[in-house]
Design a protein around this ligand. Structure first.
Ligand SMILES: C[S@@+](CC[C@H](N)C(=O)[O-])C[C@H]1O[C@@H](n2cnc3c(N)ncnc32)[C@H](O)[C@@H]1O
Length: 249
């Protein structure tokens, strides 16, 4: 990923996505999880399929319902529980790793939910998957921290990501971010009106609507918080997990 902009391995074209499965689905033996992806086809969408639903998620879910997005679903505990608790909402998970997509799909099947799918996709290319103003909420739990300065280009919590959040959230929609890495939370707030280096930038239409210094001990800044797999690891070690909610104005 470029430091200021999103990665652009594919030029944008109207008739094709910018992120694609390359060899993994074409040749056997490239990735051991690909066969399992086919087994879980009901709730696991490979990149080459996921983007085709961009304008018709309601068709995919068979109804008109609020649409929420989780980025980096990990082992799927959070997404499965969220979908179970909110049967009137539809959920899209985006996870880049083949194996983790299988773990998420297993959790969705075990939970018996039909209102959630997991897409093997890269979070930098949400424009392949979503129409502007289509989401009511975005969840990001424990994004990889990439704490070293030279790794800034790899961080999800970036200006381009917040711009995407503004584009895909409806007014009043929320981004809910939890992280064991306090800098991620501070960065999310700073980047609303600054470049990563602290230079003032045009303010994005986001406001801080909630904050917690430790959701393992104190209430989360939203109702009905669900502990994620990573969150439980930090709680068991007695370490804090920070949270922030940004509302699309
Ligand atoms: C530290 S784990 C957290 C997992 C889970 N959210 C939790 O809280 O237990 C970060 C997850 O984000 C995924 N991830 C990292 N970069 C991504 C990207 N660009 N697009 C989609 N998922 C990504 C990783 O594969 C991993 O599953």
């Amino acid at each position: 990923m470029a430091a200021r902009g999103r990665p652009t391995p594919q030029p944008a074209k109207a008739d094709r996505p910018r992120f694609r499965d390359r060899q993994a689905y074409k040749r056997s033996g490239v990735n051991p999880y690909v066969d399992l992806h086919r087994e879980y086809a009901e709730c696991l969408l490979p990149a080459n399929d996921a983007w085709t639903w961009r304008e018709r998620w309601s068709e995919r879910f068979g109804r008109e319902a609020p649409l929420h997005l989780e980025i980096g679903s990990g082992n799927g505990e959070f997404l499965a529980e969220l979908a179970s608790r909110h049967p009137d909402t539809d959920f899209i998970g985006v996870e880049i790793r083949y194996k983790r997509c299988v773990l998420v799909a297993k959790k969705l099947v075990e939970a018996g939910v039909h209102n959630a799918v997991i897409c093997r996709y890269h979070a930098a290319f949400l424009d392949d998957l979503l129409e502007p103003g289509s989401l009511d909420a975005v969840y990001v739990n424990h994004p990889d921290p990439w704490p070293k300065g030279r790794h800034e280009k790899n961080r999800l919590i970036s200006r381009w990501f917040l711009e995407d959040v503004c584009l895909y959230l409806k007014p009043g929609g929320v981004l809910r971010l939890k992280s064991d890495h306090r800098a991620n939370i501070e960065r999310a707030e700073l980047l609303i009106a600054h470049e990563p280096n602290g230079t003032p930038a045009d303010p994005l239409p986001l406001e801080v609507s909630g904050r917690s210094e430790d959701v393992t001990r104190l209430p989360a800044p939203w109702p009905d918080d669900i502990e994620t797999n990573y969150q439980s690891k930090f709680r068991k070690r007695g370490l804090p997990v920070y949270a922030i909610e940004l509302r699309r104005t």
